[in-house]
Design a protein around this ligand. Sequence first.
Ligand code: ZN
Length: 235
Amino acid sequence: MKKLDLHPRIVLAVYAHPDDADVAAGGALAAFAADGALVHIVTACDGAKGSGDPKVNIAELRALRARELGLAAELLGAASVESLGYADGDVSNDSHLRERLVAIIRRLRPEVVLGPDPTATFFDGVYVNHRDHRELGWALVDAVAPAAAMPLYFPDSGDMHHVDTLLLSGTHEPDVIVDISVGIEKKILAVLAHESQLSEDPEWVRNAVRARAQQAGREVGIACGESFRHLDFSR
Ligand SMILES: [Zn+2]
């Protein structure tokens, strides 16, 4: 494990559900923004199935989750946030989604892209990684390398753009830690902004998010960190 020092000007985080970016990478996004980067957040799904209540008003939940997403993005210091509008569970790594992601990458032209590691399927014998995370993760990987960087892929969706760094979260094979010491408090607030998704008491969440960041930080001797699988395309 090594500490990764990055000072990008433009960062793009692409995740499946409205709270995913904050939980997985909110500290890194806040730290990049504090360092002067333009941080853009894209979520694939509207989050309108994110409730255990069969009688929940879907339209109200969709609107609530969009408001929570907007507030969280603001707390992180993001420059923009957009949703691709998929229903939860309906994300597929198809040509249409890859073209949409390629168009966003070519429009925003980030040096660093963050998203979910699609290779992580089972966790500790008790959790199956959500299908949307896996499908979106593969679509993003495929959109970054090579599609966005090759002119003959989706030629009507912008000028080719080469992404230098891909950071994948929720991974079984983390190899870098990003220092989020300046971003941890913003990450906590962003995670707490998704009130509809909190099943635990806010103080518990606050402590859990901080403890996880401290544990990652300890691996490389810093106060707080987030771990990722790192792909370096700049060489
Ligand atoms: Zn999710």
